[in-house]
Design a protein around this ligand. Sequence first.
Ligand code: GN1
Ligand code: MG
Length: 346
Amino acid sequence: MNRQQERSIANDYLKSLSTKVMRITLLKGGLIHKTFLVEAMNGESYVLQGMNTQVFKNPNLIVLNQQNIARFLAEKKYPKFSLELLSNAQQNYLLQDTKGQTWRMFKAITPSKSMEVLTHPKQAFEAAKALSEFHAFLREYPAEEIQASIPGFLDFKNRLTYYQHAKEAGIPYRKTQARSWMEKVTRYQSVLDDYFRIEPFLPIRVIHADPKLSNFLFDANGKKVLALIDWDTIMAGSILYDIGDMIRSFCQVGAEDSEHQTAFFQAEILKEILTGYVHGPMNDHLTDVERAHFLLGAKAVILIQGIRFLSDYLLGDLYYWVEDETHNLRRAKNQFKMLEELMDLE
Ligand code: GN1
Ligand code: MG
């Protein structure tokens, strides 16, 4: 699709605001949706997304979840920005173009800054406090009412089953290329066994399920967290998943897909996250089992993320967006190396 068509989709949303697109630019960073920044004639900015409906098969469910959560947070006077969806002239939040692509548009949160790499360790402290606040504000939201936007998304056993399938049905050449990384999965299986042992004792809460660094919007000077965005995967699960995924994303050295690195895990950032989270309001509500297993959660999430990338590599890049043949393998390697460094810390 060329930009002209995206412009006309954006204009459809902007009609009800009596304005039009001035400029539209592709935003990089996401691995699933196609995201554009829309600057309008009225001086405001918006975010237009072409949704990946292979991954999110029920976009209406996401809209429903997001609207319910935004309403709930507003009632609770949540102090950060919430996501605000725009509707088009026909009062629809979702639009379908002639090719069947589903679109949505948000109000942009501006001025703000989204980062791929931290510029100061204190940002990790602030973000962990913000995650703690997000969890605390959603504590009374009925978790059982949220239907998972991706069934089985948080189920590690399900990820292992898929990996088994990838090992059997994967492309033979890629299996050879990935052999030493597949051995890592076997080597670190005990991390998952440990996790499965505590899992039945973990409270089920409302979690974000994708608290990667770029989903925290900071103010222009990178000091204060303004919002935790990307609510597509908010669902019922353990907060250890969120804390673990935050550690995974924030503590990595360089980008998720970088090459030729020599160091992978930043222990000083880990410290900031662990202290930041308990400086937030969830500290008053943690159970002993949760409090004792932040690190185990991180190890399990990192390993599972490595397994997800590796499975996708073996099966020929069906899930994640890739720019070349070894992109998913590179991503997987970095996860395994990060896990190794985290394991060595103890
Ligand atoms: C995907 O699309 P994005 O970048 O927000 C993925 C996460 C992974 C992440 C790794 C729905 O998130 O689970 O942790 O990539 N989202 C989905 O960068 O699979
Ligand atoms: Mg996401």
